[in-house]
Ligand binder design. Structure first.
Ligand SMILES: NC(=O)C1=CN([C@@H]2O[C@H](COP(=O)(O)OP(=O)(O)OC[C@H]3O[C@@H](n4cnc5c(N)ncnc54)[C@H](OP(=O)(O)O)[C@@H]3O)[C@@H](O)[C@H]2O)C=CC1
Ligand SMILES: CC(=O)C(=O)O
Ligand SMILES: [Mg+2]
Length: 630
């Protein structure tokens, strides 16, 4: 039992034992019609030491496997004990144990064995039928935010059903749980707040972050996604309300990558916000102060990273997400030598775009080294992609990375990055400050540089104008145009604009999804160039190999793992990525490539190395199918 529960129990002197609460000697178990809840999970003993239990696939001491058994028995601890159950129902955490709820799928035997008779209507429905009903319910809701809230509620009350629905309908539901809807959800997070979905660490917790981490009910954590909310998608500083992003990313870790939900921990670090609108919003859920910066910020992050390592060991993946670039690069460089640290916006995005470019060569011909790349946006995404492309070119063509960078150009808010600006630009841009006259705008840069690929990540909607796309199309037979910015309102152009302004010649991908477009009687299916193709499989690969550090070669391996899964069938449809409907298979292959690289580099700690890593990755993936309980 966790510390606070133990203390609460001691304080509670009386209380009736509602018949629907029952317990076992090892676990206290609460069952509700809406949600079966486990609490007092016992993977750790009094001093936080892991108790016995079978090792998980990852070699760590995971949650004790129950072998499909719900232990029960008459309560021997008296009524006060059951009050904890009541207290628990008010608990602010995500419903622990909603992973065990089956709703109307509890069988007659389970209903008898676990005192559920009468608490559920008589019908016993298969999971597939529940899924069908819920899909219908989601479709009946026309407002995307309502759909988002519906799915978040489902995740809380019946985790397996939520993930089954997600996995079976990934293309339809991804835009609800992820971009673009998650952007709107973050903007309105305070108004729609129902229940905590992750861990909040604020400036007020300085000096006790370890204690805060220990309050999280799950102990065996494999992946943390953490944000400080300063650059949420292309929507800017949303402060504490950025929590929707780690929650959404981790839902994808499970649905797309098969990392078990209880091993995922969403965290928001609240250092304040500079968003005046939020500071004046009565429903804002975060600290009402301007952002802490400098030493105060660095110390909090330092304490956080140290506490993570102390509490979960060095094999927990810490994914930095949606930090502003003035912190993102520094944090990654600072912590990657000591932690299993990964920045999704820099590294995950780089891998997905590199994979798309490699696949795109099929349509445009040549090697990467033959092409010229122009980035609109020189931040985390832009320079992250540029660096990985340069690394791949240097490896493929046996040229130095410095030489490989010569065909890569970037535009930021002040124009083309050129040598005369070198003294006034951020360090991560300097490598691309090539010799050239200053150029103020994108269109002029295109005319000067004559790129074969244009990659947008400036977070400025509609910046790829008709003139821009036409200029790209006049230079190239098949221009590669990637509009990476999220959410849809920030997309550089729509799919329809890209295809029609290029007369159907563009090879187009976007960060947020667009529907297929009919142009001149031909159907064009836009690609979704989003790091969601990468991070779930990447994380799975890291987890199954027990990698202790992330190296660029592992990111490169993920990109290659994705690119090699684009088949001729996909190329025939004009696709540069395989469809999301096969994402679990894609993720298993990426995981295998990443794990293989970790083993090759001597960074994997789970030994011996499995012989068939793809099969092994698949076998480790979480399944949302209900279990049978005795
Ligand atoms: N599809 C995907 O998988 C991903 C998409 N993204 C999206 O990419 C966008 C940017 O993310 P990220 O790189 O992390 O953000 P950053 O803030 O790090 O970078 C933004 C860049 O855009 C530049 N910029 C801003 N306004 C303009 C303008 N008017 N003209 C030209 N350049 C401009 C900035 O210039 P300056 O440096 O001068 O300020 C900066 O270089 C977001 O919308 C995000 O959602 C991000 C990660 C993954
Ligand atoms: C996709 C993503 O990570 C972003 O837009 O920030
Ligand atoms: Mg991001």
């Amino acid at each position: 039992m966790r510390g606070l529960q133990r203390r609460s129990l001691a304080r509670i002197s009386s209380g009736e034992a509602p018949s629907r609460w029952w317990c076992s000697s090892r676990r206290i178990v609460g069952a509700k019609i809406g949600a079966v809840r486990y609490h007092g999970r016992t993977t750790r003993g009094r001093r936080g030491r892991p108790l016995g239990g079978r090792r998980d696939h990852d070699g760590g001491r995971g949650r004790r496997r129950r072998g499909g058994r719900l232990r029960r028995g008459p309560c021997h601890r008296g009524p006060a004990h059951h009050s904890v159950g009541r207290l628990r129902r008010e608990w602010p955490f995500p419903a622990e144990g909603s992973g065990h709820n089956k709703g109307l799928s509890f069988t007659e035997k389970e209903r008898d064995a676990h005192y559920l008779r009468g608490l559920l209507p008589p019908a016993v429905l298969p999971q597939e039928l529940q899924e069908k009903r819920l899909l219908q319910n989601v479709r009946d809701l026309k407002d995307p935010l309502q759909r988002y809230m519906f799915l978040m509620d489902l995740q809380e009350r019946n985790e397996r059903l939520f993930y089954k629905l997600m996995i079976d309908n990934v293309e339809e539901l991804l835009p609800v749980v992820y971009t673009p809807t998650v952007g709107e959800a973050c903007q309105k997070y305070g108004s729609i707040f129902r229940r905590s979905q992750g861990l909040y660490i604020s400036l007020r917790d300085k000096g006790r972050i370890l204690e805060v981490l220990r309050n999280w009910p799950e102990k065996s954590i494999q992946v943390i996604v953490v944000t400080d909310g300063e650059r949420i998608l292309g929507l800017g500083d949303l402060g504490c309300q950025g929590m929707g992003i780690p929650v959404g990313k981790l839902a994808l870790y499970t649905a797309l990558g098969g990392v078990r939900p209880s091993a995922c921990l969403p965290i928001t670090i609240d250092v304040g916000t500079n968003n005046e609108e939020l500071l004046n919003d009565e429903f804002y859920i975060g600290l009402r102060q301007k952002r802490a910066t400098g030493q105060e910020y660095a110390e909090l992050l330092d304490e956080f990273m140290a506490a993570v390592k102390q509490n979960y060991g060095q094999k927990v993946l810490v994914q930095f997400e949606d930090f502003a670039n003035h912190n993102a690069f520094t944090l990654l460089e600072k912590y990657r030598p000591t932690h299993l640290a990964f920045n999704d916006d820099i590294q995950g995005t780089a891998a997905v775009v590199l994979a798309g470019l490699i696949a795109g060569l099929k349509f445009v011909g040549g090697t990467l080294a033959d092409h010229t790349f122009l980035f609109f946006g020189a931040g985390e995404a832009g320079t992250g992609i540029a660096e990985l492309v340069a690394l791949e070119i240097s490896m493929q063509s046996k040229v130095s990375q410095e030489d490989a960078r010569k065909n890569i150009w970037l535009v930021d808010s002040k124009g083309l990055i050129v040598s005369s600006r070198k003294d006034s630009i951020q360090p991560f841009k300097k490598l691309y400050a090539h010799e050239h006259e200053p150029v103020k705008d994108l269109l002029s840069a295109i005319k000067d540089i004559k790129p074969t690929a244009l990659i947008g990540s400036a977070g400025v909607g509609q910046s790829f104008t008709k003139e821009v796309i036409e200029a790209m199309s006049s230079i190239n037979k098949r221009p590669i145009i990637l509009a990476l910015s999220n959410p849809t309102s920030r997309s550089e152009c729509t799919a329809e604009q890209a295809y029609s302004w290029s007369q159907g010649r563009a090879i187009f991908g976007s960060g947020s999804p667009f529907d297929p477009v009919k142009y001149n009687e031909k159907l064009f299916v836009p690609a979704q160039a989003n790091n969601a193709y990468i991070f779930p499989g990447f994380g799975l690969g890291v987890v199954i190999s027990g990698a202790i550090r992330v190296k660029d070669d592992m990111v490169l391996a993920a990109a290659e793992g994705l690119a090699e899964q684009v088949s001729s069938e996909h190329f025939d449809k004009g696709l540069i990525y395989p469809p999301f409907s096969s994402i679990r298979k894609i993720s298993a292959n990426i995981a295998a490539r990443v794990a293989a690289k970790a083993y090759d580099l001597g960074l994997a700690s789970h030994l011996p190395r499995p012989r068939d890593l793809v099969k092994y990755a698949e076998s480790c993936m979480y399944s949302p199918i209900y279990r049978s309980y005795r």
